[in-house]
Design a binder for this molecule. Structure first.
Ligand code: FAD
Length: 364
């Protein structure tokens, strides 16, 4: 089949590469001038173990399976990663109950190696930590996400696929047996495809609304939850990822490490109504307060505004978190069309597994 994938983020690239490996002719249309310019370049670069998500959900299934696939992919394709492990820390009795609930959830999800440790054992691992107990997750890690996307792109091209940059998908309609797709930008014009995957991240809903005949009530709301990061101006004090207990809309302001040896904190949750990528320095106050709950020694003046990303959520504050949405023909009635909605965290971790499910839909 001639397959069009809309969006060269980590998920679109994983889908394109999987489709090409299965013998399809694949074109990726990307509105910007490069790969990973959307949500995929504005995240924590954490390979999640798969602990938090309700058992049986797409997020649980694809993060645990995707994580195993991702480590294998990194090892076989020379992508830099570090399985550094992570601690989810409890600073009081109420948080300890939450962390124990997470342990039970993670075990149900099939996450390997999870273990509760006491406060002293946690401090033996990370000496500056203040906590009364922690969940240790040895399978969690960090990845060079840009290197990963480059490897996906390389494999796509090896199989004859390509990316059209500065080329946006404007609208499309189905005229059996093809999808007629109208492009704008550098490669403007109309082209026919057998199958289309909408992996446009924050643009997925807008594009779905421009698909002729697509049921309007099947386009879910897009809710924007910005996540701000602050860099730490100093040498890292942790050697593994340190997470507090989750908050509404996010996993809590955690300490993340990157492969260049830097430490940063975030993301928080800022509900917004339009895309904006500035980090308000005044948010530092709440960061100091939250981080000092588990690292009381955080020095004054050590946090500097860094970057931010926007989670493409399907539910808002106080609502039950939505699952990933993979809308294939059974969901909307149009053949060989898959729309992906709400691919927020852990989308990077899940990408290789998600890609297989999406490409399976195209064969139906
Ligand atoms: C703050 C934050 C932290 C996160 N941390 C983690 C983490 O640690 N681990 C993890 O596993 N996941 C994490 N995630 C989630 C992860 O980053 C995303 O799930 C993933 O990057 C989504 O990739 P994508 O390809 O769906 O979207 P994107 O990367 O946004 O790609 C979509 C692309 O589509 C293009 N596009 C849009 N409309 C059109 C159009 N009409 N025509 C052509 N192109 C179009 C855009 O330009 C963009 O490049 C985090 C997310 C956020 C926001």
């Amino acid at each position: 089949m001639q397959v069009l994938v809309v969006g060269a983020g980590v998920v679109g690239l994983a889908i394109a590469r999987t489709a090409a490996l299965r013998g399809h002719d694949v074109i990726v249309a990307e509105a910007t001038g490069g790969i990973g310019n959307g949500v995929s370049s504005r995240n924590s670069e954490v390979i999640h173990a798969g602990i938090y998500y309700p058992t049986g959900s797409l997020r649980a299934r694809h993060s645990t399976r995707g994580r195993r696939m991702l480590y294998e992919f990194c090892a076989s394709h020379g992508v830099t990663y570090r399985k550094c492990g992570k601690l989810i820390v409890a600073t009081d009795a109420a948080e300890l109950v939450k962390v124990e609930t997470l342990l039970a959830q993670g075990v149900l999800n099939g996450v390997e190696g999870l273990e509760m440790i006491g406060g002293n054992a946690a401090r033996a691992l990370e000496s500056v930590l203040a906590c009364i107990g922690a969940l240790s997750s040895p399978e969690s890690g960090i990845i060079d996400s840009h290197g990963y996307m480059l490897a996906l792109w390389g494999e796509l091209e090896d199989r004859g696929g390509s990316i059209a940059f500065e080329t946006s998908v404007e609208r499309m309609s189905y005229a059996a047996p093809h999808w007629q797709v109208q492009f704008g930008g550098r490669d403007a014009g109309a082209v026919a495809f057998d199958a289309v995957v909408n992996s446009a991240g924050l643009g997925a809903q807008a594009l779905a609304r421009r698909i002729e005949g697509y049921p309007a009530d099947k386009v879910p709301p897009l809710v924007l939850a910005k996540g701000n990061y602050f860099g730490f101006a100093g040498r890292p004090v942790f050697s593994r990822l340190i997470y507090p207990t989750p908050v509404d809309g996010g996993l809590g302001v955690h300490a993340t490490l990157d492969l260049a040896g830097r430490m940063r904190f975030g993301p928080d949750v800022e509900w917004i109504d339009h895309e904006s990528y500035t980090v308000d320095p005044r948010r530092a106050d709440s960061f100091y307060q939250r981080i000092r709950a588990y690292w009381p020694g955080l020095p004054d003046g050590s946090l500097v505004p860094d970057y931010c990303g926007i989670r493409p959520k399907l539910t808002g504050p106080g609502e039950k978190p939505a699952d990933f949405m993979i809308a294939g023909e059974p969901a909307h009635g149009l053949p060989r069309l898959v729309n992906l909605f709400g691919i927020e965290s852990p989308g990077l971790t899940s990408s290789l597994s998600l890609a297989e499910e999406v490409v399976d839909y195209l064969a139906v």
